[in-house]
Design a protein around this ligand. Sequence first.
Ligand code: TXA
Ligand code: MG
Length: 338
Amino acid sequence: MIYETKILKPNEEGINEAAQLLKSGEVVAIPTETVYGLAADALNENAVAKIFKAKGRPQDNPLIVHIANFESIYDYAKEVPEAALKLAEKFWPGPLTMVLPKKDIVPKITSGGLETIGIRLPSNETARKIIRLSGTALAAPSANLSGSPSPTCAGHVFDDMNGRIPAIVDGGSCDVGVESTVISFENDAVRLLRPGFVSFEDLKRVSEKVIADEGIFQKLEDGRKALSPGMKYKHYSPKARVIIVEGNLESFISYVSMHDSEKTYSMIFDSDKNLFPFKNLTYGDTSLRQAHEIFDKLREFDKLGAEIVFVRCPQKEGIGLAVYNRLLRAAGFEVITL
Ligand code: TXA
Ligand code: MG
């Protein structure tokens, strides 16, 4: 089916229309504080199937279930450990997804065939209003075509989803810019599966034992089961080959000077700009800014027709770890250390 994709305003009328579409089993792109989500009724198998189709997403990659009030967690999760309650108290509403055993009412298509669901209570007001009005929980992956950079404004969603879904709610540019932190629980520990705005350090301030999953830093070895199925796919990639280059500005410049060509670009820090003599886009100086810019800039390189993009390596602490993790995936784990 080809849709005429409408852009809805985040006002009462737009939100009502979005909720009606969702109630009738359609897919609507909605803003959240992290990235835009491609939402549908999490309990309606046909509606959820439309998400997978619109995105071209592999069926075994589970979707995050979005709720509008804390208490709803008990409608969808079978068990909620003490550690999860403590984290929810501290970080919800907000960009933290917790993987918990699912109740039977959540269909297998939503959980990618798993017995668990990722669940999150977003802080974005528009998202919460839409969830409330639709009267259900919303399954929502990032609203990009599978494998492309996540969308952080309605224009990005439109570029990927025009004709594929009936509507996009335009809530402006997303505050955070990278997807939520994903964690799971095991015995006495919290396992960080995907870093985000809620950082490893933040989690450690609440939970005694936090383990960073090795999938954050390296490619999964063949045959190893991904704890978070999304980690096994190449992700967030623009069409260009992305290469992370670790080293100071001086060595970065001399590296790029040896590899410069017509279709070669660099993604550098704002403060490099005046000293950097080659084609570039900047992505901020602080980790917070870089998180906000990263996907927009990766998309812009496509529009420029870039074939190779050299990236100045970000900090790996705090939200910087999320930026580094997304870049690693965009780069297919190609890192050059000078
Ligand atoms: O910020 C976000 O999380 C955005 C907004 C829209 O909420 N959503 C998002 O969804 O990034 P998606 O589908 O692009 O990424 C979800 C990640 C995937 O890597 C998936 O494998 C993992 O979370 N995930 C979801 N449910 C899971 C589960 N039951 N067990 C393990 N990993 C899970
Ligand atoms: Mg995604």
